[in-house]
Design a binder for this molecule. Structure first.
Ligand SMILES: *[C@@H]1O[C@H](CO)[C@@H](O)[C@H](O)[C@H]1NC(C)=O
Ligand SMILES: *[C@@H]1O[C@H](CO)[C@@H](O)[C@H](O)[C@H]1NC(C)=O
Ligand SMILES: *[C@@H]1O[C@H](CO)[C@@H](O)[C@H](O)[C@H]1NC(C)=O
Ligand SMILES: *[C@@H]1O[C@H](CO)[C@@H](O)[C@H](O)[C@H]1NC(C)=O
Ligand SMILES: *[C@@H]1O[C@H](CO)[C@@H](O)[C@H](O)[C@H]1NC(C)=O
Ligand SMILES: [Zn+2]
Length: 514
């Protein structure tokens, strides 16, 4: 209401200024009102500073403004303007980033099974396990666990190759090359969207046979939760293709059995870390399916919902939208189940406009999506934006993913700036951190805070992101209550610690000055 009154006053002012062209102090008060109004409608603008948040905010904004001022005078210093693969080393040096790491960030609502763990752990831990074999086909490596290797390829025990120093160096550098998108000049290597996506999909193809050995799959998922927990995230909603897992003796596990395995690991993790709230799984196979595969998928989803009503969140489809099937192709199979199975569609993860890909946004809404994955093309569809705001459907913004996968070079040009500026229901997520040198969630929070949001966006915007991540999750009301209690306690303890550390640094500086 107050906002509307301000808006009306401003409008009135603009009209009278234009007609009378009188310049007076009203000009400056109108200008100040516009700025205040912009601040009010932006993400977090309605939050009131609680307890010592204002003090913490002053320290944070001091760091943010220094970093931005430096970049404003020398733009080459601005990390969000550079490909993340070149920038993450600099981001790690940032004081703002260090604070964001300490900050309780709530939940991750958009990330994918085999890419949630840092490349560092996959390489240094998983590829050093027993029974891992490697095979070279025309210069491309494959990795898989065996008791006795199959004879479909010239499998060699990786440990044996590594016992020779020269051969170890060579194989290790080749494995690392195939494990992630990290490369010296990413903008020229991945010079268009399709080339970036090809590399991205090649990585999944490379890691899947290694990670789907059941004991490894469990350890990998556990590690993923640990990295999130250590990054101050307390809940995860994970999209998984629920791939077939194997044992060395040939036993295999079906999608619903894999879902059960996820549940068991989650239970074990919560036992070890009781202030981690939980996990839910979204079953999300590749978006290229025959009608028979689609039938089988829908049938499994219904069975999963019935068997694990509190652990199974719903469904989605994954893979490059531009190259995959549009949602329209599956409407006849999906529409009948949307009252029973919750949907969470990736939609509009594209630079195209008026194509089947951005039109997926329309189908996602008609198919009752709870949230929209990426929604990169949303700002080109103002009518849909209007619907989304009214129906309070959250948009899962994944800045680094969009940059590395070729939609935007400089994150200041990311369309979600509009969503933050206009207080849309947004969450920030990490998509596939392990595939481009990131770890957990803080890097994406940093890019959003420094690159996509206004310089004026403050600690309340970050707080609102955390609050949103719980609000727009699929947790039950009881779980949300519990998550909010734990998060709030951690949040104010973070605020106190941050103030304490910053004050101590100030005292040290003044000691030096004296
Ligand atoms: C992998 O990590 C686990 C858990 O931290 C640890 O117990 C194990 O020893 C590690 N293995 C290797 C090969 O580094
Ligand atoms: C490897 O390359 C050879 C020669 O180009 C080709 O005949 C063969 O089909 C390739 N093998 C695979 C598995 O791609
Ligand atoms: C290690 O591998 C290299 C390259 O294949 C070979 O020349 C060398 O003789 C090997 N060293 C040992 C100790 O086997
Ligand atoms: C295969 O291995 C798994 C895991 O060790 C075991 O639980 C299962 O009983 C084994 N199955 C057969 C047929 O040996
Ligand atoms: C500041 O002083 C405290 C106590 O004297 C000390 O423990 C701390 O390391 C100092 N910090 C810095 C950044 O110098
Ligand atoms: Zn995704």
């Amino acid at each position: 209401m107050k906002g509307i009154i301000i808006a009306v006053n401003i409008l009135h002012f603009i009209i009278t200024v234009k007609s009378s062209a009188i310049f007076n102090t009203d000009y400056w008060s109108a200008r100040a009102s516009i700025l205040r109004f912009e601040e009010k409608i932006a993400l977090g603008g309605n939050l009131i500073f609680e307890n010592d948040e204002r003090i913490a905010n002053d320290f944070l904004m001091d760091l943010k403004e220094k970093e931005l001022a430096e970049a404003f005078s020398d733009p080459t210093k601005f990390s969000p303007a550079k490909n993340f693969i070149e920038a993450y080393g600099n981001i790690e040096q940032s004081k703002v980033f260090k604070i964001i790491k300490q900050m309780p960030k709530g939940a991750v609502l958009h990330s994918h099974d085999t890419s949630i763990v840092s490349e560092d752990f996959v390489f240094n831990n998983i590829t050093y396990r027993d029974n891992l074999f490697v095979c070279d086909v025309n210069g491309t490596l494959s990795l898989r666990f065996f008791d006795v290797p199959s004879n479909d390829c010239n499998w060699q025990l990786l440990q044996r190759i590594r016992s020779n120093k020269t051969m170890a160096d060579e194989i290790n550098s080749r494995i690392r090359n195939q494990l992630s998108m990290i490369t010296a000049d990413p903008d020229s290597v991945y010079f268009n969207v399709n080339i970036a996506w090809k590399k991205f999909m090649d990585i999944f193809a490379f890691i899947t046979p290694m990670l789907t050995y059941k004991p490894i799959y469990e350890d990998h998922f556990y590690q993923g939760l640990k990295e999130l927990y250590e990054d101050n995230v307390l809940y995860l909603e994970l999209r998984s293709t629920l791939p077939t897992l194997y044992e060395l003796n040939g036993t295999e596990y079906s999608p619903i059995e894999v879902l059960k395995i996820y549940k068991e690991v989650t239970t074990r993790f919560i036992n070890d870390y009781p202030d981690f709230v939980g996990v839910k799984i979204i079953y999300a196979p590749i978006r290229v399916m025959t009608p028979e595969e689609m039938d089988a998928f829908v049938k499994s989803a219904v069975e999963m919902k019935a068997t694990f009503p509190n652990f199974f969140a719903g469904i989605d489809l994954v893979g490059q939208e531009d190259k995959g099937q549009p949602l329209t192709k599956y409407v006849d199979k999906l529409y009948p189940i949307i009252n029973n199975i919750q949907t969470f569609f990736h939609a509009g993860e594209t630079n195209w406009y008026g194509m089947k890909t951005d039109e997926n946004l329309i189908d996602a809404l008609l198919l009752n999506t709870k949230r929209i994955g990426h929604g990169y093309a949303l700002t080109k569809h103002p009518f849909l934006l209007d619907i989304i705001k009214r129906q309070d459907i959250a948009i899962e913004v994944c800045p680094i993913s969009n940059q590395v996968l070729g939609l935007v070079k400089d994150l200041r040009n990311h369309p979600a700036s509009l969503l933050f500026a206009d207080g849309f229901p947004v969450v920030v997520s990490n998509d596939d951190p392990g595939l481009w040198g990131a770890k957990a969630l803080s890097y994406d929070f940093y890019e959003a805070f420094m690159g996509l949001m206004s310089r004026n966006a403050d600690i309340r915007a970050l707080k609102q992101l955390a609050i949103n991540s719980i609000k727009y999750s699929s947790m039950s009301n009881d779980q949300k209550l519990k998550a909010n209690v734990i998060w709030t306690r951690k949040w104010f303890s973070f605020i106190n610690q941050f103030i304490c550390d910053s004050t101590r640094d100030l005292v040290n500086v003044s000691e030096i000055v004296q």
